[in-house]
Design a protein around this ligand. Structure first.
Ligand SMILES: NC(=O)c1ccc[n+]([C@@H]2O[C@H](COP(=O)([O-])OP(=O)(O)OC[C@H]3O[C@@H](n4cnc5c(N)ncnc54)[C@H](O)[C@@H]3O)[C@@H](O)[C@H]2O)c1
Length: 183
């Protein structure tokens, strides 16, 4: 049975994803965490805890104590906010991902990591029509640069340490439940 940790569960994607995962895996098996309170639905239908993904010691204790097998890492500073606080955004986006990848490398029970990337990895020099998967990528935002670097780190942990980490490049998502988180 999978035990799933969702980090950033109060955000736009987490608000829906936690409920969808609970419907598939059982309410008690999907642990929602965030720096702030989540929606009533997320907090009342299963486990919820305040947890800072930057606190690697608490994070690894949480993961071991709850026998977590899959991690969805959704916590990030999104594009608009990252342009206002570029150094903090870089620090949070990269350090949090590296914390998760290190834990996945060290804790054998963690078998899958999911981490969303973004079309922000593309830049002004990327072909605009029928954009290929592998193409020129010269992102010109802090957010885009952090996603591109994150993709490379995920690939590195996959190749070097066999960490099973999966990622999709999302476009700007819209939602009727949660507000966009500063994208
Ligand atoms: N929403 C989109 O359109 C979109 C598009 C492409 C990629 N993505 C990616 O998907 C992921 C989730 O996006 P979202 O739209 O749900 O973002 P969001 O901003 O709505 O939610 C992010 C959540 O992370 C939490 N968070 C921030 N710092 C944290 C920390 N230190 N510890 C724990 N939680 C923390 C925030 O409180 C927030 O609830 C991000 O990686 C984002 O880059 C989103």
């Amino acid at each position: 049975m999978e035990k799933i940790l969702v980090i950033g569960a109060a955000g736009q994607i987490g608000s829906d994803l936690v409920l969808a995962l609970r419907a598939v895996h059982g309410n008690e098996n999907v642990f929602a965490t965030d720096l702030r309170s989540a929606s009533n639905e997320v907090m009342e239908t299963g486990p919820f805890q305040l947890l800072d993904v930057m606190d690697d010691k608490r994070l690894i204790h949480f993961i071991i104590r709850n026998r977590i097998t899959q991690i969805y890492h959704l916590a990030a500073v999104l594009s608009g906010n990252a342009e206002r606080l570029p150094l903090q955004a870089w620090d949070i986006n990269m350090r949090s991902l590296l914390n998760i990848l290190e834990i996945a490398r060290e804790v054998p029970e963690v078998t899958k990591v999911f981490w969303p990337s973004s079309i922000a990895v593309f830049g002004p020099t990327t072909p605009r029509h029928n954009t290929p998967q592998l193409t020129i990528m010269e992102p010109n935002t802090v957010y885009g640069i952090s996603k591109q670097a994150g993709e490379r780190w995920c690939e590195y942990y996959r190749n070097k340490f066999k960490v099973d980490v999966r990622s999709l490049r999302y476009p700007g998502l819209i939602s009727y439940k949660a507000e966009a988180g500063g994208g």
